[in-house]
Design a binder for this molecule. Structure first.
Ligand SMILES: [Zn+2]
Length: 73
């Protein structure tokens, strides 16, 4: 069985796309703040540091709180 091999052609090398840092920084800051807010509600939204009155937020994030090792009860 004969196989045909195409001769090499001159092509330009494919370079990986460069991401501009200016396009990444705003999204990194946004998600960083979002993660800090989420970390606050999971880890510190209880008792004296509570922003939302009542136990509703604490109950919603209770399992995540135990999963991440924050003190609870
Ligand atoms: Zn608990």
């Amino acid at each position: 069985m004969a196989q045909h091999v195409a001769p090499p052609t001159a092509t330009t090398p494919v370079l990986p796309a460069k991401l501009p840092i200016g396009a990444i920084v705003p999204w990194a800051v946004f998600f960083g703040i979002l993660m800090l807010v989420l970390l606050y509600f999971v880890g510190a939204e209880q008792g004296a540091t509570s922003v939302v009155s009542g136990e509703d937020v604490h109950e919603w994030v209770h399992d995540a709180r135990h999963l991440l090792g924050f003190p609870c009860h």
